[in-house]
Design a binder for this molecule. Structure first.
Ligand code: NAD
Length: 257
């Protein structure tokens, strides 16, 4: 199997895109560390991977804390002996609202989780990747980082920052043979999507209406499923993508055209 003998950490692994990616990496042979602030959710994903015959453990972390990221990497290496793939995926949404109504605490939370958390995981993985002269870092950006929707200015800014960060990291790590890429999903059917509320132009706060409004903005006429994003992450993390670094892979059903 493609990831036999490889070790991956997935932040935000308890739900949505992170969960689907952890499961797919494990199906393809990787030993997976499911990391999330929701420890019970992470444990349940790790357990279900084990029950399907895969290798997984759960580790609790708050990506906003540098020491949690360092300890995630240290515990992964002490448990599985190395680290091949770091998927910086944990993130939070922004309820669409005019800029002047955005609360300062919400700005801080968005910046802390969506960009600082990504930077901290890369910092924690750096010494391991560099000494191995191998490794792949993948972050979850968003189509919102390049094609914004109304009212989610701060979220869009964090995802634009993820894209710029990954491109800079790719250049910095290239001499070590370490790659850095990002996946950039369009509206994806996870618990997060309805929380963007009016961003897709829904006139109600009914979750079904919000999802339908998002669906209409995707040229392929459907929302992405978490498994669609997992496939793209697995490709970027695999040796098939060995010549790709700094690549931002849009999984967007045509949205960015
Ligand atoms: P989700 O809410 O299902 O999963 C997010 C996970 O991140 C949750 O398990 C949550 O507990 C975890 N998390 C949140 N804060 C954390 C923290 N401080 N420390 C550790 N874990 C934390 O959402 P999802 O849709 O799977 O989102 C995954 C990523 O995809 C996010 O970065 C999101 O911005 C991005 N994204 C989502 C969509 C979408 O439409 N769903 C589109 C583009 C990008």
């Amino acid at each position: 199997m493609e990831f036999d003998g490889q070790v991956a950490v997935v932040t935000g692994g308890a739900s949505g895109i992170g969960r689907a990616t952890a499961e797919r990496l494990a199906e393809l042979g990787a030993a997976v560390v499911v990391a999330d602030i929701e420890m019970r959710g992470a444990e349940s994903v790790a357990r279900s991977i084990q029950e399907s015959g895969g290798k997984a453990i759960a580790i609790g972390l708050d990506v906003r804390r540098k020491e949690d990221n360092v300890s995630l990497v240290e515990r992964t290496v002490s448990h599985y002996g190395k680290l091949d793939i770091a998927f910086a995926n944990a993130g939070i949404p922004q309820a669409a609202t005019p800029l002047e109504a955005v609360d300062g605490n919400d700005i801080e939370r968005l910046l802390d989780i969506n960009i600082r958390g990504v930077v901290y995981l890369a910092q924690a993985a750096a010494p391991v990747f560099k000494s191995q002269k191998a490794g792949v870092f993948v972050a979850t950006a968003s189509t919102a980082g390049v094609r914004p929707r109304p009212g989610i200015q701060v979220y869009s800014a964090t995802k634009g920052a993820v894209i710029a960060f990954v491109r800079a990291l790719a250049l910095e790590w290239a001499p070590y043979g370490v790659r850095a890429c990002a996946v950039s999903p369009v509206a994806t059917d996870t618990p997060m999507l309805p929380k963007f509320q009016a961003a897709a132009g829904s006139t109600t706060d009914n979750p079904d209406d919000i999802l339908e409004a998002f669906r209409k903005t995707v040229p392929l006429g459907r929302l992405a499923q978490p498994g669609d994003i997992a496939e793209a992450v697995c490709f970027l993390a695999s040796d098939r993508a060995r010549m790709l670094t700094g690549t931002i892979l849009d999984v967007d059903g045509g949205r960015n055209l």
